[in-house]
Design a protein around this ligand. Structure first.
Ligand code: C5P
Length: 207
């Protein structure tokens, strides 16, 4: 069983994907981490002409060992860098096989990201598209950072999320839309537990 979970930054898709993976006993891949790892690897080239070429090289060399430093990878800065490398077609191409293999070589999986239902696993058994309004998403991300002891500037965070959404939505190589066969789940008003119950109900119904 392949479950595709897509949605914008801080929509709750990662937490839901993890919960679904636990519930159904499936492996889980947070595909945003791949783009974050590539972005972090080429941070030094951010405003340089070599940025694109270096990002493609980093994407081709990426392996699971690059995905372990979660403190760095889950930072807001890494999210911004990720969305900058995510517009590069050859970066997306280089990361395709990693994601596709994860989905198909283990007898099922839950993948979350932006283009799982549209490009990586268009054949997924169930597709969920998670959304939540920008203020709710900012507040969730702020609390996540605060729970790690970080001081959060909510105004700046809100703008970072909006800026990332805009870059993602305009990404010509993206595929960041809800496909017709995806189930929409709006988590704005839902607790984590309620959102997970709703997601499980959708998956059970679809199987
Ligand atoms: O999901 P997360 O917020 O960690 O993703 C970070 C960035 O990586 C996104 O803003 C997007 O630009 C990129 N991304 C992508 N395709 C995916 C997952 C993430 O382009 N499947």
């Amino acid at each position: 069983m392949i479950i595709a979970v897509d949605g914008p930054a801080a929509s709750g898709k990662g937490t839901l994907a993890q919960g679904l993976a636990r519930h159904y006993g499936l492996p889980h891949l947070d595909t945003g981490l791949l783009y974050r790892a590539v972005g972090v690897a080429v941070e030094a080239f951010e405003d340089k002409a070599e940025f694109e070429a270096e990002a493609v090289k980093a994407a081709r060399k990426l392996d699971a060992a690059h995905l372990v430093d979660l403190d760095t990878l889950t930072s807001a800065r890494a999210g911004t860098l990720a969305s900058k490398v995510a517009v590069i077609a050859d970066v997306r191409k280089a990361l395709f096989d990693f994601q596709r293999n994860f989905a198909t070589q283990r007898g099922g999986a839950v993948l979350d990201g932006r283009d799982i239902g549209t490009k990586i696993c268009p054949d997924a058994d169930v597709k969920l598209f998670i959304q939540a309004d920008s203020k709710a998403r900012m507040e969730r991300r702020a609390r996540q950072f605060e729970s790690k002891g970080q001081v959060v500037d909510r105004y700046a965070l809100y703008h970072q999320i909006e800026e990332r959404d805009a870059r993602d939505m305009l990404n010509p190589n993206g595929g960041f839309y809800k496909s017709d066969d995806a189930h929409l789940l709006d988590t704005t008003q839902l607790s984590i537990e309620a959102a997970l119950r709703a997601a499980i109900a959708i998956v059970d119904e679809a199987m």
